[in-house]
Write a protein that binds this ligand. Structure first.
Ligand code: FES
Length: 471
């Protein structure tokens, strides 16, 4: 749950005495899919009988073919009332994770940042999605650009962090072959706006060549000490482009398309990214009118999907795990609507315990999940986004960006208290997610069931994932 009031229910307290268990065992529509039929390595049969096949050590996947065989261990055609959740292998198998990177994260539009990060010419920010290092910038003409953030010489990551640059200078092979002492006075680690070391006045007379240098439009501008090189065409050694686009306040990348970016219109990108939910988000204040407040990052010891599942449980866990948050929500009003690759959960906000709660949450909260890993939470004067980055099969990073109505930008007390409430919810969710990951790795668990009235968005997510992985 990402927000100052995000829902996040994974049934941690699933009571096996409930009817769902007996329903599964007699379900003709759901022959204990894969678990019983394929017996994947470390998968067990059913929710009750995993022990014989389950290893206590991490799964030793070896091939992508094996990973592909795990995809059909979830059957998206089975209605949620009868369906089993994806098996533990989807959350614990390193090779399955590799398949996900290839099929899910390296395809289609992925949210990577917000427009204020590249508001003016020469603004840039960097990031990493799975194994892809990227840099997004505005060139001198104000055109949005994005590239693989990798030097074409020997592959060093080129730029880091964010800020302003007139060019990107590789930090690896600078030519500092100047007389010893001539650099005396250089301020180690400090660079000026162009990325060159900051030198005192007396040292600036010294000849100094930086590493390979690229313009903001990707061209290789300078390659030091390559005298004698043959068959080298400078035009062939620019930064490799990525397709970049903007929708509303968000910056998107498409890692699949490595041709020269076309910069499609916002509506076209919005249609591809959000489908028919675009109008709903527009109508509910998901736009560029809010001011960026701050970013917070959390590293969580769980598979990236555990965090997503938690977000998508229709508020199931909120009354138990987030009592403070629950007191401000009218949970009976919770509703979930599915669109092509988006699900939107809504909840009315009650009066809460204090006026401050009401000021912070407003009268309605909207939680949008954009497949595969981006969440937009809009409530009262706030919007926060949660970007879930996979770091490994049992580790992810979640980046929270907070935005507030312009009228409150200077209200430090309000902002501080709201962020404090949000932080509390995140800490509660991290505990839940890490506990689920450990449970998924336990021999006691193979697969679970859905609570059909509330976990529709989670089921939708798993079906989209299956479609994506099976394609
Ligand atoms: S790797 Fe960039 S200059 Fe050598």
């Amino acid at each position: 749950m990402a927000t100052m009031m995000m829902p996040m229910p994974r049934p941690l307290c699933f009571h096996l005495s409930e009817t769902v268990v007996s329903t599964r065992s007699t379900d003709k529509h759901q022959p204990p899919r894969s678990c019983t039929q394929k017996q994947p390595r470390f998968l067990s049969q059913t929710a009750n009988s995993c022990k014989s096949n389950h290893s206590s050590s991490p799964p030793q996947s070896t091939t992508l073919d094996q990973a592909r065989s795990l995809v059909d261990d979830f059957n998206p055609k089975i209605p949620i009332e009868q369906a089993l959740t994806p098996p533990t292998s989807w959350y614990t198998d390193p090779t399955f994770f590799s398949l996900e990177l290839d099929r899910v994260f390296y395809r289609g539009w992925q949210a990577v940042g917000y427009t204020d990060q590249v508001k003016e010419a020469r603004d840039y920010f960097t990031g990493r999605l799975a194994n892809v290092e990227y840099v997004v910038c505005r060139d001198d003409n104000g055109k949005l650009q994005a590239f693989h953030n990798v030097c074409r010489h020997h592959a060093s990551v080129l730029a880091s962090g964010c800020g302003k640059r007139s060019c990107f200078v590789c930090p690896y092979h600078s030519d500092s072959a100047m007389p010893i002492g001539s650099m005396r006075g250089a301020t180690k680690g400090k660079v000026n706006k162009t990325g060159l070391p900051t030198l005192p006045t007396e040292a600036r007379v010294v000849w100094f060549d930086p590493g390979w240098t690229y313009g903001l439009e990707g061209k290789l501008l300078k390659a030091t000490r390559i005298t004698g090189i043959q068959n080298f065409n400078v035009d062939e050694f620019g930064l490799l482009p990525l397709e970049v686009a903007i929708w509303g306040p968000f910056v998107l990348l498409n890692l699949e398309r490595d041709t020269v970016p076309q910069q499609e219109s916002q509506n076209l990108v919005g249609d591809q990214w959000l489908g028919s939910s675009m109008g709903v988000l527009n109508a509910n204040g998901v736009d560029s009118s809010l001011n960026f407040v701050c970013r917070r990052e959390y590293t969580i010891e769980c598979n990236w999907k555990v965090f997503c599942d938690n977000y998508l449980d229709g508020g199931y866990h909120v009354p138990y795990a987030h009592k403070g948050l629950a007191s401000g929500l009218t949970l009976e009003s919770y509703s979930t609507t599915m669109y092509e690759k988006v699900s939107i959960q809504r909840c009315d906000v009650g009066q809460g315990e204090t006026q401050e709660d009401f000021d912070r949450l407003g009268s309605k909260a909207l939680y949008a999940f954009i497949y595969p890993n981006f969440m937009i939470n809009r409530y009262g004067p706030w919007m926060d986004t949660n970007l879930v980055l996979p770091l490994g099969h049992r580790k992810c990073q979640v980046i929270f960006d907070y935005f507030v109505d312009a009228s409150l930008t200077d209200d430090d007390a309000f902002i501080e208290s709201s962020l404090k409430e949000s932080e509390k919810v995140q800490m509660e969710d991290i505990v839940l997610c890490e506990a689920v990951q450990r449970g998924l790795e336990s021999p006691a668990y193979c697969t679970g069931r859905y609570a059909p009235t509330v976990e529709k968005a989670m089921h939708h997510f798993h079906c989209l994932l299956h479609e994506n992985l099976a394609s």
